[in-house]
Design a binder for this molecule. Sequence first.
Ligand code: CP
Length: 359
Amino acid sequence: MNRLSHIIDLDMYSVEEWNMIISTAMEIKKDPSKYSERCKGKIMATLFYEPSTRTQMSFQSAMIRLGGSIIGFDNPSNSSVSKGETIGDTAKIVSTYSDILVMRNPSEGSVKAAALHSDCPVINAGDGGHFHPTQTLTDLLTLTIEKGGLNGLKIGLCGDLKYGRTVHSLLKALSRYKDNEFILISTNELGLPGYIKDVLNARGCTYKEVNTIDEVISELDVLYMTRIQKERFASEEEYNRQKDVYILDTRKMRSAKKDMIVMHPLPRVDEISVEVDKDPRAKYFEQAGNGVYVRMALILCVLEGKLSTPELIKGKALNDISCKNPKCITHKEPHLPHYFRVAGDIAECEFCDERTLLD
Ligand code: CP
């Protein structure tokens, strides 16, 4: 199995490696022009099976600012995906045309499946409702700039914590810094999945779950708002029951600390009213802008061999067991081996992290 610096989940790397990416991004931000030839002759492929504005374009902008070139698709129906080509074959082929591959796909675990077949490093630009590690690097950079560090923060995360992949990756990352406290603000239906709570519990993190912004906003250093992920719901009816529950407006902002900041991975629908944009504590547009610098830093660290080369699969193939997550890539692409990490009578899917109880 290949050993390359794939970025599937930030937990594959050490906190020191994340900090190196963030400090590189801060250096680049001071004077991006100094880096304009660093990737001359290199090609990045962006394969987006799902819509994107920020992630796709900031990756493309990052590579162009580094002097490299880009290829790819943002509409799989214009590619041979529409003829039934698998993720593995697509990644295998495109990795022979490029030096680094960036992929977004709606199936959970799909980008790891691509990485298993790729001859160049693969970066996860969002795999369904699972993870979004490069958004997290953007968030860590923004927190470092705006709050002066990544320790000792009280962070409220609000909205769709069930399907919000940015929240999953961010919580996993912040749980590895010191003394952070999390307040999870969601409806009972859109609470954090068990596999992320397990990580918080295993790392001894302090967190609580509440249903309203009003009851906690005055305590927070950071309020991280998220969109209700319409595209992940089984039905329009189910989505309609959840939308519009959380709206951050100027009335609520009056109860927040003077130095609390508001973040959002964007796009927003209506969960932050537009008048909040004028509040100096609203940092979501700066956050989106930081995505270019952090992705420049990430591309450099990957292509210049500054990161370790972790194993993609730690468990074993148990092909007679089926992952119970219907959104897992193993159901879409049945040729994939069913890799699980086994601990006692629990088998954890290597692709989507869903747990299955063994008989
Ligand atoms: N934050 C984010 O992933 O935005 P896009 O969907 O526009 O890429």
